[in-house]
Design a protein around this ligand. Structure first.
Ligand code: HEC
Ligand code: HEC
Length: 259
């Protein structure tokens, strides 16, 4: 009986320690939404311009500028990208500004911004593919891209995007970003960058001899392994599908808990 009581109290003690640790880890990753909003709308000091100048007041980004939608993006993913820009693990080769901007932010500011953009529940607009086509952009075929997103291309070694990014690319939480509803120009550019990254040797990455348009900041090379096998057609097709993809559909009406 005495043994039973002491093992119960040992469990209770463990639980008592475990709870505050889990709670503080969660709070740490959330950040101060008000400070995030202030920087997003107004910038900070001389070196941080307002994020909304390039990413839009609603956080939906822009095909004209090649900027991504940040609204509602997974906060831990956004924080990782800001940290990767700040440490040059990822290079912004579109406007060459994100690295300088991220360096000028404090670690706490980056957390606060990640927390704020996650609260921007802007409607999924995606790209206007007809307009982009009229402007001369090379646009893929959405239903061909849907096959890749749902099933992959087993004939040339491409896994289904859905297996990591979730239904319609709405994210599977934590390390897997939402790619559905993302802008076409940005999606196409990132997929090409991952493929360039896949063709960069580990030795060159370690020596800092990476091209600016080669993205190599994925955990365990997960995205590079996928993009390595994508053809130009695959990239255009899957980007065309994903930009139009909505997080829920009449047959799949429920959002997952991370959304
Ligand atoms: C001068 C324009 C500009 C400003 C201002 C700007 N950004 Fe960006 N941002 C970009 C561009 C362009 C990219 C895409 C870079 C690339 O293709 O790698 C980007 C990418 C990002 C990404 C990566 C998103 C993803 O899906 O991986 C994050 C996060 C981000 N910006 C956050 C911010 C925040 C927070 C601010 C304000 C503190 C900000 N940006 C201000 C132009 C800008
Ligand atoms: C094995 C898991 C896995 C699979 C399968 C996968 N991805 Fe990814 N993807 C990731 C991870 C992890 C990241 C985030 C990398 C980082 O930390 O920057 C990512 C990031 C991306 C990004 C960058 C998002 C942004 O906002 O910058 C795009 C675009 C993307 N994936 C598209 C795809 C497409 C299209 C497919 C299917 C052809 C696919 N992914 C399949 C794991 C995967």
């Amino acid at each position: 009986m005495k043994r039973l009581i002491s093992s119960i109290s040992a469990i209770a003690l463990l639980a008592w320690f475990a709870v505050p640790t889990a709670a503080s880890a969660a709070q740490e990753s959330i950040g101060n939404i008000t400070n995030g909003r202030i920087i997003f709308q107004n910038g900070k000091g001389d070196d941080v311009p307002a994020c909304q100048g390039c990413h839009g007041t609603d956080g939906n980004g822009s095909d004209d500028l090649g900027t991504p939608r940040l609204a509602y993006q997974v906060d831990s993913y956004v924080l990782k990208q800001l940290t990767d820009f700040a440490t040059d693990k990822r290079t912004d080769d579109t406007m060459y500004q994100m690295n300088d901007i991220a360096k000028a932010l404090s670690a706490q500011d980056r957390k606060d911004l990640a927390a704020y953009v996650h609260t921007l529940k802007s409607p999924y607009i995606g790209s206007n593919l007809d307009q982009l086509r009229r402007d001369g952009a090379d646009i893929g075929i959405p239903h061909e891209g849907k096959m890749i997103a749902e099933y992959g291309s087993p004939d040339h070694g491409v896994p289904a995007c859905k297996s990591c990014h979730g239904f319609h690319g709405r994210s599977a939480g934590r390390i897997y970003p939402a790619i559905g509803g993302q802008n076409y120009v940005y999606l196409k550019h990132e997929l090409e960058s991952w493929r360039n990254g896949a063709n960069t040797s580990a030795a060159d990455i370690a020596a800092g001899k990476k091209e600016d348009n080669a993205r190599t900041n994925d955990y365990m090379g997960q995205m590079r392994a996928v993009a390595k096998h994508l053809t130009d057609e695959d990239i255009k097709n899957v980007a065309a599908f994903l930009t139009l993809a909505r997080p829920t559909s009449p047959g799949n009406p429920r959002s997952p808990s991370h959304m």
